[in-house]
Design a binder for this molecule. Structure first.
Ligand SMILES: [Mn+2]
Length: 446
């Protein structure tokens, strides 16, 4: 498989790709993982964890995973990370300073969708997280691919190990709605049986804690979908016998929409299982679901039924207002771009979508040979990519494209990929949780 991995933009001496034969590792199936006695997840422990996950994916039936990753262990891992994530702000500042005061580089990663082996390759290829190398992941860790749980917990382990150097943002698939349709819920049930509902609940609770966006070195904004609308004060309504109430609502009329501010983003309430598509709390849904467009202004994202489309003028306004140089978002794979001819294709794993006076808007997608399960013989054969931002300016993205690790272990899909629409469009909005149990302002009527 090493021969199939290539780079469009090398530069640094590269480590050998992930050629380590996992079968050469000692059989871990008889030794259930446990939390290290000293309570710390060290780099060596994560190395071991990675090889165990790889071994399991190749040699263990999914239902046997608990014999290696016991539910109690998994629960502790998810809860420990979840507690860290819930404490982070919506817009997480990434200040890439090393302990010695020098500057570190930052790797930005897009959608990975449960493609564990490709994530393992990416981490090795980019160089593992550490003092010199921060990581920002733009979300969509789970769904579609068969190893969403393993992928997610591997990244959580890195988060626990290096909480101020590894940043995990939320994607639209880190939601109850998406995971119930695109495989992750079924994956967890298939792997954990009776304990499945418990593990799934812990994951959902963790998803709610994931921050929405990052700002790297005050120069680069990253988020899964991208930009978002501002909240506007609705004109006061007159109610019989009641005082005038001035209600804050997200404006969905289209014409009056304006770009949201970073202050508004910071104040949004992100702890919803499914970001609402209507009501007062629209910023999380916009940040996770929106797409760029060549059409100026902000308009409703009719294809997806949630979020916005924003034009190059909005990119310029946002960059200029905050004096930043780049927006790096993800969210659109080769399937989505196959239908949007106005924008570039995703065959290299990235596109430059807007080039404006103040900077650029980039899409990065990190799941090569996506999706793992596809109804047609003809695959997109896309490369994945990650972006490296280097000091001192962090504004000149270095793109690294990579091929999928092949062959993938044989495994059955956890969703009906022939029936489920092959992009995230045309949501069945009524079936979304819509945060109703948490969001008293959101309405699920009409
Ligand atoms: Mn997405």
């Amino acid at each position: 498989m090493s021969e199939s991995n290539s780079h469009t933009n090398g530069g640094n001496p590269k480590p050998e790709p992930a050629t380590e034969d996992p079968t050469a590792a000692s059989d871990p199936s008889t030794t259930p993982l446990s939390w290290p006695p000293d309570g710390e997840l060290s780099r060596d422990w994560i190395r071991h964890f990675t090889s165990v996950l790889s071994w399991c994916s190749r040699h263990l039936p999914p239902s046997q995973l608990p014999s290696v990753l016991p539910p109690v262990f998994l629960q502790r891992l998810i809860l420990t990370a979840s507690n860290i994530l819930h404490r982070e702000p919506n817009l997480v500042p990434v200040d890439p300073l090393r302990g010695d005061g020098e500057s570190a580089s930052v790797v930005v990663v897009g959608d990975v969708h449960g493609q564990l082996h490709d994530v393992m390759f990416l981490l090795e290829d980019a160089g593992f997280p550490g003092e010199d190398r921060f990581f920002v992941f733009n979300g969509d860790y789970v769904d579609r691919g068969a190893w969403g749980l393993e992928t997610f917990v591997l990244l959580l382990a890195w988060k626990i190990h290096l909480p101020h150097r590894v940043f995990l943002l939320r994607g639209n698939h880190e939601s109850k709605y998406c995971t119930s349709i695109y495989g992750f819920e079924q994956e967890v049930m298939a792997k954990y049986g009776d304990q499945g509902p418990m593990v799934y609940r812990k994951c959902l609770r963790c998803f709610e804690g994931l921050p929405l966006a990052s700002i790297i070195a005050d120069r680069v904004y990253t988020a899964h979908g991208g930009l978002f609308r501002g909240v506007v004060a609705a004109p006061p309504k007159k109610h019989k016998g009641k005082k005038k109430s001035r209600k804050i609502v997200g404006d969905v009329s289209g014409g009056a929409m304006k770009l949201g501010s970073l202050d508004e983003l910071a104040r949004a309430r992100r702890t919803v299982l499914d970001p609402p598509w209507q009501g007062a709390n629209l910023i999380p849904g916009d940040v996770l679901w929106s797409d760029p467009s060549n059409k100026p202004g902000l308009s409703p994202n009719k294809e997806r039924g949630i979020g916005l489309l924003w034009g190059p003028d909005m990119t310029e306004e946002f960059l200029y207002q905050y004096q930043i140089k780049l927006i790096i978002r993800s969210h659109e794979g080769p399937d989505a771009r196959d239908k949007r001819h106005e924008l570039g294709g995703m065959d290299k794993g990235y596109t430059i979508d807007h080039v404006v006076a103040s900077g650029q808007l980039i899409t990065v997608f990190s799941a090569p040979d996506y999706p793992q399960f596809q109804a047609t013989e003809e695959r997109y054969n896309n490369q994945g990519a990650y972006i490296v931002l280097n000091p001192p300016d962090y504004s000149t993205p270095v793109f690294h494209s990579f091929e999928a690790v092949r062959p993938r272990p044989k495994v059955n899909p956890y969703y009906d990929f022939e029936q489920v629409i092959d992009s995230d469009e045309e949501l069945d909005l009524k079936s979304m949780d819509n945060g109703s149990s948490h969001d008293t302002n959101a309405s699920i009527s009409n």
